[in-house]
Design a protein around this ligand. Structure first.
Ligand SMILES: [Mn+2]
Length: 278
């Protein structure tokens, strides 16, 4: 398909998904048997195809993507088209959360805006769709999924999360220090410490936070005794050392699967990691 056809398709898909996102709350509560969780696809369409094939092979019944669909990679438009079509096909079983790249601040000057350089209306429509996307998902009453992290407000409950005041959920990171620490990412952004995460999980009766946003050369990073897992599903540059990861969540466990990029394409590793949700 030519670039202009893909962009035309995107503008059609934006019209189709917008009412679906508008109907969704800022925090979606869902129960599924087997859910693929992936994040930070960042325009890597080949990786997305590889991940979706894997999900199909594993017979998942649902999908949660933690945002950052666009920029960095070459094929943001294809990534959005594929995920928006999945959303239209399986609207309640496909959850597409918003990432910090799905904001006017980033999407209007990075790679995605270059893809749409001659289509300012489509870029504007895409941003208005991004603004209607959900911020977090609670899976099986246990797993809190979000792009960045929690806000760090002490008394925060799930009802405090809205589609209007999203910056902290899209941008924050976990950090080793208790409380909130200023972030190198910029002002108004924080690293959220173990005491804050534990308090949030306990107060909201949840087991674990799964978040994306930070690239890890090994695909995942386990924080706070397994109470928060940082996941990353994109390989930024070719190196046999780099791993990306996706998760498959079931009622009582989350399994993490790792892949790498070789000269002939992506390959799954034998190694897996498991997090029990007892
Ligand atoms: Mn991000």
């Amino acid at each position: 398909m030519s670039d202009s056809k893909k962009i035309k398709k995107l503008s059609e898909n934006l019209k189709r998904v917008k009412p679906l996102f508008e109907k969704e709350d800022a925090v979606i509560r869902s129960s599924f048997k087997k859910t693929l969780i992936a994040t930070d696809i960042h325009g890597d369409f080949a990786a997305l195809e590889f991940i979706l094939e894997f999900a199909e092979m594993k017979n998942v019944d649902s999908y949660i993507f933690l945002g950052d669909y666009i920029d960095k990679g070459q094929r943001s438009v294809d990534v959005l088209n594929t995920l928006f079509e999945l959303k239209c096909k399986l609207p309640t079983n496909t959850i597409l959360l918003r990432g910090n790249h799905e904001t006017r601040e980033l999407s209007t000057w990075l790679e995605f805006s270059e893809d749409l350089a001659y289509h300012p209306k489509t870029l504007d429509d895409a941003n208005s769709v991004f603004e209607s996307m959900p911020i977090a998902a609670v899976l099986n009453d246990k797993i809190f999924c979000v792009h960045g992290c929690i806000s760090g407000n002490k008394e925060e409950t799930l009802d405090d999360i809205s589609k209007k005041n999203t910056m902290k959920y899209l941008w924050n990171d976990p950090g080793a220090e208790n409380g909130l620490s200023p972030s190198v990412r910029g002002s108004g952004i924080y690293s959220v410490g173990p005491d804050v995460v534990e308090n949030f999980l306990e107060k909201n009766n949840l087991k674990v936070i799964i978040r994306g946003h930070t690239s890890h050369t090994c695909g995942t990073k386990r924080w706070f005794d397994g109470k928060l897992i940082s996941l990353y599903s994109m390989i930024h540059y070719d190196s046999p050392e780099i791993r990306a990861a996706v998760a498959i969540a079931k009622e009582d466990e989350i399994k993490f699967y790792y892949f790498r990029k070789t000269a002939s394409g992506f390959e799954w590793e034998d190694k897996k990691k498991k997090l029990k949700l007892k």
